[in-house]
Design a protein around this ligand. Structure first.
Ligand SMILES: [Zn+2]
Ligand SMILES: [Zn+2]
Ligand SMILES: [Zn+2]
Length: 93
């Protein structure tokens, strides 16, 4: 099996964007609450995850087709990238 460490083309990159933003940019506008945050690797917007009420990252993907987000968490060992198109997760630890 050669499946190990194989990612989709979207996740197969060496560099991932980072951000200092610590809020969901859409929830801030509407007063919504988020649980976890995701950073869009295409345009750099920070939005909330699918466990959050408004699922802005999911909606952003549906609206724009930007395929990859990364988690923004204080714990580096929880860091991952997610591809919405292929539904694949890549650990970035
Ligand atoms: Zn992909
Ligand atoms: Zn949000
Ligand atoms: Zn985007």
């Amino acid at each position: 099996m050669e499946e190990e460490n194989k990612y989709c083309e979207h996740l197969n990159t060496k560099r991932f964007k980072t951000t200092k933003t610590k809020v969901c940019e859409e929830c801030v506008k509407t007063g919504g609450k988020w649980i976890h945050l995701r950073l869009c690797q295409t345009c750099g917007v920070v939005l909330c995850c699918n466990s959050s009420q408004n699922q802005h990252a999911q909606k952003h993907f549906e609206a724009t087709g930007h395929p990859v987000v990364t988690s923004i968490l204080p714990k580096p060992w929880s860091k991952f990238a997610w591809c919405y198109i292929d539904k694949l997760k890549r650990s970035l630890v």
